[in-house]
Design a protein around this ligand. Structure first.
Ligand code: UDP
Length: 250
């Protein structure tokens, strides 16, 4: 297995997008349900503060750095991650693999109707893709949702309930899923697949300015993330100081 980079206690897998896709394909063909977590800086900070979130994210079979913030933190710590592996892109990049392997997808999450529109768009874009079920993310009865997923006989499940709820949900219910082998916690990606939220144009993505684009488009969400950024950076600096001290003493 690949090397891991500890950022505030979260052991992030140091993988390229290509390696992450290959790992997802392997998990989709596995023996039991495993999951992929895609934490950004905000979620890493949440894990740092909340042991339940840390436990749920840490139990993932693959943890990829969703945001430029996590990659920058790894640089600050002197153990650079190879690249950002955005959840929204990973979710799409595995779809040709699902077609190739004949694996069926179920999409769980977002407001009523969104997952259905996402399914329609993705099946159009990836001919041969089988989306065998959808369900919105505003439910209270987990058992009924799990029954629906099991009845669909899906192999792969996108769980888009927002973090850390989706990681807690995947960790708690993995053992109850009878056909699903791979779950991906993808947050607001389903809104993007549905065409409800715009993806940042390439220019912004390439220059690490996605946050700036989103700030203009989703001021509430980005405001929340930006508020967490200074404490995240301070915590990473503290980790760096402690690691340097330990290295000197050891
Ligand atoms: N969401 C959901 N159920 C909930 C809360 C949120 O399905 O109880 C969905 C929400 O509609 C959105 C997604 O979770 O599609 C991610 O929400 P958010 O933007 O807050 O999270 P992030 O993308 O930052 O993880």
């Amino acid at each position: 297995m690949n090397e891991k980079v500890n950022v505030l206690g979260v052991e992030v897998d140091n993988v390229t997008m290509e390696q992450a896709v290959a790992k997802c394909a392997e998990l989709a063909c596995g023996e039991r349900a495993r999951y992929v977590a895609t934490p950004n800086a905000e979620i890493v900070y949440t894990c740092h503060k909340d042991p339940a979130a840390m436990e749920a994210v840490s139990s993932a079979a693959l943890i990829v750095p969703d945001g430029a913030g996590v990659v920058k933190a790894s640089n600050m710590l002197g153990r650079p991650l190879k690249e950002k592996v955005a959840g929204v892109e990973l979710g799409e990049n595995i779809l040709p693999e699902l077609v190739r392997l004949g694996k069926k997808l179920y999409i769980l999450g977002a407001k009523p109707g969104v997952a259905d529109r996402a399914a329609e768009n993705l099946m159009k874009k990836y001919p041969g893709l089988a989306v065998v079920g959808c369900r919105d993310g505003y439910f209270t009865d987990d058992d009924e949702v799990i029954k629906g997923i099991n009845a669909s006989n899906a192999d792969v499940l996108f769980v888009c309930l927002g973090a850390p709820r989706q990681e807690l949900w995947m960790n708690k219910h993995a053992g109850e899923l009878t056909s699903v082998r791979l779950m991906l916690g993808l947050g607001g990606s389903v809104d993007i697949y549905a065409g409800d939220t715009e993806r940042a144009p390439d220019f912004f993505v390439k220059h690490g300015l996605e946050w700036f684009y989103r700030l203009a488009k989703q001021p509430g969400r980005v405001g929340r993330i930006m508020k967490r950024l200074p404490p995240f950076i301070s915590a990473v600096k503290k980790q760096r100081r402690e690691e340097k001290k330990a290295a000197k003493n050891g």
